[in-house]
Design a protein around this ligand. Structure first.
Ligand code: PGA
Length: 263
């Protein structure tokens, strides 16, 4: 038991994977595992974030599951509404396709695609104003951790969005702490280090909003069934954003179960 009253979240971030046939098989297998032994909705929110072109198909396949599974977009446009923005997908278009949540600020977007704080703020604002929930990702690089700046960097990332989030919108935000050095590397932050950062994030959030005490803060970075139980036991780790291990139905299921069991 983690002792927390926050319902955990386990979100699979498929990134630029997999091909259609594999995605379909993955969802079938996952739904079958839930059919064999369900994970109660009130014990864990579950979601998957497929590539944009698969959002509608995944949303439809997930309707056949025996519990609610959220379809989450991996990104959205910094431009709102509709208009002449080739290649872009706005918050309103996601909402129109019955998508309820979107990732913003993932380190791969920040580092590879130039999503700097101003762009991120535009995305957060558009998403919230369109009524989407936001999974807001923060995290430090190895260099920043080794030079003792991890906490400062992460808290700054939290403060960055405070400029665009209205007081009533904080309850639509889930934070994901993903140390960059732990993403896709097989290295996980130790539960103690992760918990320490999560507690700092909660403290920072609580200074900004009264919602801070009740906001879910997910850990991400090489979460697997082998480390999920220990991470789930930490009081301020309220779920996981899972990359690689979410591409395997059994692993993803076991991670969801580990967090559900803390309730
Ligand atoms: P990983 O990715 O689980 O493969 O480390 C996590 C993420 O980037 O969300």
């Amino acid at each position: 038991m983690s002792g927390s009253t926050i319902t955990p979240w386990v979100i699979g971030n498929w990134k630029m994977n997999p091909m259609q046939a594999d995605a379909s098989a993955l969802l079938q297998d996952f739904k079958q595992l839930l059919n064999n032994q369900n994970i109660a909705e009130d014990s864990c929110h579950i979601g998957v974030a497929p590539v944009a072109i698969a959002l509608s198909a995944v949303r439809d396949e997930l309707k056949q599951a025996n519990r609610k599974i959220l379809t989450v977009a991996q990104d959205l446009s910094r431009k709102a509404g509709t208009g002449a923005y080739t290649g872009e997908i706005s918050a309103e278009l996601l909402k129109d396709s019955a998508i309820e949540f979107v990732l913003v600020g993932h380190s791969e977007r920040r580092e590879i695609f130039g999503d700097h704080p101003q762009i991120i703020n535009e995305k957060v604002k558009n998403a919230l104003n369109a009524g989407l929930g936001v999974i807001y990702c923060v995290g430090e690089s190895l260099e920043q951790r080794e030079s003792g700046q991890a906490e400062h960097v992460v808290l700054q990332q939290i403060c960055d969005i405070a400029a665009v989030v209205q007081p009533a919108q904080w309850k639509s935000i889930v934070v994901a702490y993903e140390p960059i050095w732990a993403i896709g590397t097989g290295k996980t932050a130790s539960p103690a280090d992760a918990q320490a950062m999560h507690a700092k994030i909660r403290e920072g959030l609580s200074q900004i909003t009264p919602e801070g005490q009740q906001m879910a803060i997910l850990y991400g970075g090489s979460v697997k069934p082998e480390n999920a139980v220990e991470l789930a036991a930490c009081p301020d780790i309220n779920g996981a954003l899972v990359g690689g291990a979410s591409l395997n139905a059994e692993s993803f299921y076991q991670i969801a179960q580990a967090f559900a069991n803390t309730k």
